[in-house]
Design a protein around this ligand. Structure first.
Ligand SMILES: [Mg+2]
Length: 139
């Protein structure tokens, strides 16, 4: 059961789209416009179960976020899925090396995100183990 998601993206439109796509879970959605805001939200909120992460953002990008969140111990507890545009493969690979659980290319198919959430979240709210390569859809 998905109860709390952190969405990190610098586009308001993308946040609105996630809200529509995630509507079926009736989960709480925390919105961050950059990596620094995401870190601040993680410090203040317990129980985040999934982080959907853009790479290209001002202030602190997705790779920098993964470095800091990893050092603070967040990413060992909370799965991160990179949802980013094409053409930044080196950043995406770096993100996966830094502990991201998967990669979905933008603009993404909502079905793919639902499938990923189903694979990732056990009914208990625990995070399942899964093969990240399955979701590295352009790598
Ligand atoms: Mg962006």
């Amino acid at each position: 059961m998905l109860k709390k998601v952190l969405v990190v993206d610098d586009s308001e439109m993308i946040h609105k789209m996630y809200r529509l796509v995630l509507n079926r879970y009736s989960c709480e959605i925390l919105d961050a416009m950059d990596g620094q805001q995401a870190l601040d939200l993680l410090e203040r909120h317990q129980g985040v179960q999934l982080i959907l992460l853009d790479i290209n953002m001002p202030v602190m990008n997705g790779v920098q976020f993964l470095e800091k969140a990893g050092a603070l111990g967040f990413t060992s507890r909370i799965p991160v899925v990179i949802i980013s545009t094409e053409g930044k493969e080196s950043d995406t690979i770096r993100g996966l090396q830094l502990g991201a659980k998967g990669y979905v290319k933008k603009p993404f198919n909502p079905t793919l995100l639902h499938e990923l959430i189903a694979k990732l979240m056990l009914p208990s709210g625990e995070v399942a183990d899964f093969d990240q390569r399955r979701y590295a859809n352009t790598l």
